[in-house]
Design a protein around this ligand. Structure first.
Ligand SMILES: [Fe+2]
Ligand SMILES: [Fe+2]
Length: 445
């Protein structure tokens, strides 16, 4: 009998060794990290608006689970470098294929129906089989994981019906499933020669049928929306209501500020773990800012993508001028540098308008932006090898490209049909506001 076995009530019980435990946790960590990176990279090609806004929440959650696993793996006598290296090459290769999904439905089918489903089951099994004393620090966090992943799966189940156009992802789902089974699943079980052959066949099918992922020139947008080359209106906002509406529209455009870090998470595959951890949070925060604007506009009766445009001059201005994800990150940081001072002013301005909903949104947005400034400074300097001047130079180039794009668009596009719809809505909002004021006045009098 080895040390890893003990007799309980006459039964031989296998006790998981430190080596076995850390080996499993390392596989879970790899899956969480690569799924999170896949969702990040895919975000720019995800068309469905609900998914645009909520996938960053999921991959931020994924990053929190990965982080807890990573910390625990290192407690289990792992030298730091080993957490990131020497993974099962078959599992690495399998995970790298998930981003080749050709549409939203396939992305969800591969990641949620197959990978997250199995990951959830493996967490349950791990928890069930873990010794409550020996491995208590793992159980403390992992006990919550299956429920969290189930919530992600349930969310996706609910959103699926909104995906337009509807497409059948069953072939992709089957290929991904037999691929994963064929490599012994997430935990690397023994496989039969037939399963092994099926995995090889699945891999070949993907390489043949689904193109390698490259950064698109245009961000995918929901086909339910009216297409638009830009979000920014040609005219400056002057009156309070114009400023209020424009601020909400600007919040919606921040979807690009989630997509840019998502893309960097995917494209930059050799960064320190903290980079992925920081950028997942960054992307998630930006979708919260999007929701702030969306909530405000919806309360006024605007329909997103119909009354107000959802397109990003920011992304297009770089992607269509030879820019890459580093340029996008440089532009994002360039915008954010001016953020805190603007936010402070804007918060007071909205208080003076009596728009407390927006002023509170700005208050929290301002807090988030202070964190993003640190992330931007830290990781851009890292990418520019601490060459601060070079970093500044690129930031200014990307800003110039952005202004040029907006200028060019406004030469050929009059912001219709959005301009007229927004103008009509603003008249209604002001009339309702004035009626409310006079009712308040007469009841007070
Ligand atoms: Fe933001
Ligand atoms: Fe931000």
């Amino acid at each position: 009998m080895t040390e890893t076995h003990a007799i309980f009530a006459g039964k031989l019980v296998h006790k998981r060794s430190v080596e076995e435990a850390s080996g499993l946790l390392k596989r879970f960590y790899l899956v969480e990290k690569q799924v999170m990176r896949t969702l990040g990279g895919a975000l720019i090609k995800v068309a469905n608006w609900e998914l645009n806004k909520d996938l960053p929440y999921h991959f931020w959650q994924d990053s929190l689970r990965a982080d807890a696993l990573r910390t625990r793996i290192m407690e289990l006598r792992y030298p730091r470098r080993d957490v990131e290296a020497n993974h099962d090459p078959k599992l690495v290769q399998f995970l790298s294929m998930l981003i080749r999904a050709q549409d939203d439905a396939e992305l969800l089918a591969g990641i949620y129906d197959v990978v997250k489903q199995e990951l959830m089951e493996q967490y349950r099994l791990y928890v069930e089989q873990a010794d409550p004393v020996n491995d208590a620090p793992t159980l403390e966090f992992m006990a919550r994981f299956p429920e969290q992943i189930q919530q992600q799966i349930d969310y996706v189940h609910d959103v699926r019906d909104n995906i337009m156009p509807q497409s059948d992802a069953s072939e992709w789902r089957n290929v991904i499933r037999s691929y994963l089974t064929g490599i012994g699943g997430i935990v690397g079980n023994a496989v039969t020669p037939e399963q092994d052959a099926a995995a090889a066949e699945a891999e070949q099918w993907i390489l043949r049928e689904r193109a390698e992922y490259v950064m698109p020139r245009k961000a995918a947008r929901d086909p339910r929306f009216i297409p638009a080359p830009s979000s920014v209106p040609p005219k400056r906002a002057e009156s309070p209501i114009e400023i209020q509406v424009l601020t909400a529209i600007y919040h919606i455009t921040e979807i690009w500020a989630a997509e840019a870090p998502g893309l960097a998470i995917w494209k930059w595959d050799d960064m320190p773990w903290e980079f992925y951890f920081d950028l997942a949070r960054w992307a998630y925060d930006e979708t919260r800012h999007v929701k702030m604007g969306e909530q405000r506009l919806k309360d006024w009766g605007f329909e997103i993508g119909i009354d107000v445009p959802v397109y990003e001059e920011t992304y297009a201005s770089q992607a269509q001028n030879g820019g890459d994800e580093l340029d996008l990150m440089a532009l994002l940081h360039r915008f954010e540098i001016d953020g805190p001072a603007n936010r402070e002013k804007a918060k007071q301005q909205f208080e003076s308008f009596g728009d407390l909903q927006t002023s509170t949104h700005i208050d929290y947005d301002w807090a988030d932006e202070a964190i993003h400034l640190k992330y931007g400074h830290k990781w851009l300097l890292y990418k520019f090898d601490n060459d601060y001047e070079k970093m500044q130079e690129v930031m200014e180039v990307t800003l110039a490209r952005y202004y040029q794009y907006v200028e060019d668009v406004h030469k050929v596009w009059d912001y219709e049909p959005f301009q007229s719809r927004i103008a009509t809505k603003m008249i209604e909002i002001e009339r309702e506001y004035n009626e409310q004021q006079s009712r308040n006045h007469s009841s007070n009098g």
